[in-house]
Structure formats: C-alpha cells, structure tokens
Design a protein around this ligand. Structure first.
Ligand code: MRU
Length: 347
C-alpha cells in the first residue's frame, strides 16, 4: 500500500498538518506536526513536502492553518487571501500549488455567506477532497498508462513521481504500481537525480516497498544504457505542462528526452490535469526555480566543491512536446501532446 505523505489531523479550528519529512528519507523516518503557516511554507521550501501534486494538497491544508484563528467570516476571508498569497511565494514552478490555492479561494468565495465556523469546516472538507481526488486521479493515470509497459520492459524514471510526490499513489510510479497490479513483469531504472537525490532516496525506497525490481543509476549513465538497448521506455512526472505540451520536470529530464529520441526509446510524461496550465502557452513561459548553491556544492553537511566556487542550480528544465511520445493524464492520453490534443483532454 503506497505511503500517504501528508494528513490533516483533528478538526478545522484547532487541528494540524502531519507530514513525513522527505529530506530525511529513507534512512530516517521523521514525522512532523505543522501548526503555523510559516512551518508549511518552510516545509515546502526545503522539500520536506515536494512533488507537484503534493504541493497542490499542501496548498489546501496550508490555507487551513492560516484561517484557524479568524473570529468572523470577513476576518476569515481576509486571512485566507493573505495565507494563499504567502504560500504562493514558496516555490514557483509546480502549477499545482497555485491550482490548489485557487481552488481554496474559490470554495471560500462560493460559501462566503456561512458563519466562520461552518465556512472553516467546509474549507477543510475541500482540502481533504483535494487529497482524496488526487489519489483517485493517480489511479486513473495508472490505468491509462499501463498499456505502455510491456512484459520484459525496463523503464527508466527520473526524480520521484510516486506516492511521496502526490496525495498518496503516484503519477509515473502510479503507472508502475498499476502495471504490477495488472501482473506485468517489468523492471525500473531509477536515476539518482542530482543534486537532491530524490531518485536515489525516494523512488528506490517506494519501489522496493512495493516489490518492483529497481536498479539505481547515476543520471549520466542513461545514454549509455539506452545505447546498449537496456532501456525500453522513459516515464517521468511533470511540474507544469504548458498548453502546447511542453513539460517542466526535475532538472535532467530534458537530457533524458534527447537521449531517448536519439536511441529511439519512447519518452512519456505522466501528470494529472491539475499539472496542465493552459494559461502558459509554451515551456518558454514556465518559471524555473533556482535553488541555493549549497545543494550543488555538496550534499547535506558534506561540502565537496571548493569554497567560493560559482554555482548554478536550476531545479527544473523543460522538455519540448516534440520529444514526448505521449502525455498520460487522468482524463486520457494526448499522443502526441500538442495544442489540440492537450486542449481535448479538458473536453
Ligand atoms: O523538487 P521536487 O522534488 O519537488 O521535484 C519533483 C519533480 O520534479 C517531480 O518529477 C514532479 O513534481 C512530478 S511528481 C508526481
């Protein structure tokens, strides 16, 4: 049973958020209770919670922390707007964060005639619904993606697009879980994912727990393995898919897509509709988060680069739609992804 990385505990007025601190996995299992919006902001910023769909879920619960003390409805509405603006400043690339905040804002406006206590309860229902729906949508993606995994395949993935990155099932890893449930016999290559090693730490851990054979490789080994015919498909998640099908995902994904094209290996993106941003015309307009240089100059407390060296640390890159064989979503498959096929997913 895939892990649930976040939960709301207690009632709307004085409950709190429970998370697994993903920065410490897999060697340590640390659980945290978040009671202040600043703690939620910090957890997002330092990747204690991470992954695009999970940021959407975190947005919902994060907003709840900001409205707990409001005594009447106008105060609550004001606190909600302020909290949503604050959380929106935590990470710029994954559109699910903004999608989750927008959904909470809309639910508040639709119910603004309610007294504060009832409105708070209604908003907690909405936040829980975001998480429950996300799990359901992951299962739909799994069903839609299973057709692309064949018996005997070795599928490569990058970063972590599993239960830890979502409400509790997974996008790319959701397809692997569904393929396992369908009895398919396949294995996975997990790229370590420099600099924060989500692939080495989180993806390997999740797949091993589910009994899916997984081999850890460094990011730079991918091309050689493809040339040797060891990889049959590449499947990753996404942080934001633009209207034309360009997809932002963890830095390194773009090189995998180029390598896959050169070696005739199909490359797939798996993402829910909440990751597709029709307001962003192409990948050129997707804001790319730049993170602290210390993440590249070393790992955790171990410094490897000389003090004073210049470091560049973009957290994501954009894979052009032309390199993506299919975009697998909860609403169906856009194959190949382009303006028309992506728009069609929204009916
Ligand atoms: O910086 P992170 O760990 O939040 O980056 C996560 C990724 O790039 C994932 O691949 C993406 O969010 C898809 S998760 C289902």
């Amino acid at each position: 049973m895939p892990v649930k990385p976040i939960k709301w505990v207690g009632n709307a007025a004085d409950g709190h958020i429970w998370i697994i601190d993903q920065t410490r996995l897999p060697l340590e299992h640390v659980e945290l209770e978040l009671r202040e919006t600043s703690e939620m902001y910090d957890a997002i910023k330092r990747l204690a919670v991470r992954g695009a769909p999970l940021l959407g879920v975190s947005a919902g619960y994060g907003v709840m922390l900001g409205i707990q003390k409001a005594k009447d409805t106008p105060e609550l509405m004001n606190a909600l707007e302020k909290t949503a603006d604050y959380l929106a400043g935590s990470r710029p690339t994954a559109v699910n964060l903004f999608w989750g905040l927008k959904r909470m804002r809309a639910a508040a406006r639709e119910n603004s005639e309610l007294p504060a206590d009832e409105l708070r309860n209604r908003l907690l229902e909405e936040a829980i619904k975001i998480q429950e729906e996300d799990i359901q949508l992951s299962r739909e993606m799994g069903k839609n993606g299973v057709q692309f995994i064949n018996d005997g395949d070795a599928v490569m993935t990058h970063c972590n697009a599993g239960a830890l990155a979502t409400g509790g099932y997974g996008t790319a890893l959701g397809v692997f879980f569904a393929a396992k449930e369908a009895g398919k016999d396949f294995s996975v290559y997990s790229c370590e994912t420099r600099p924060l090693l989500q692939g080495a730490r989180l993806t390997t851990w999740e797949l091993m727990q589910e009994g899916i054979p997984v081999t850890l490789i460094t990011d730079s080994m991918a091309a050689a393995l493809m040339k040797a015919g060891k990889i049959n498909a590449v499947m990753t998640g996404a942080d934001r898919v633009a209207a034309n099908g360009d997809a932002a995902n963890k830095i390194g994904t773009y090189s995998h897509a180029i390598n896959a094209r050169v070696h005739d290996v199909p490359f797939f993106i798996v993402a829910p509709l909440s990751t597709i941003d029709l307001a962003t015309p192409s990948g050129d307009q997707i804001p790319i988060e730049e993170r602290d240089p210390s993440e590249v100059a070393g790992f955790r407390d171990v410094r490897v680069a000389p003090e004073g060296v210049d470091v560049y640390n973009p957290a994501f890159d954009v894979t052009p739609a032309q390199l993506i064989q299919a975009l697998i979503t909860d609403a169906g498959v856009a194959e190949p992804p382009n303006l028309e096929t992506v728009a069609a997913l929204f009916g």
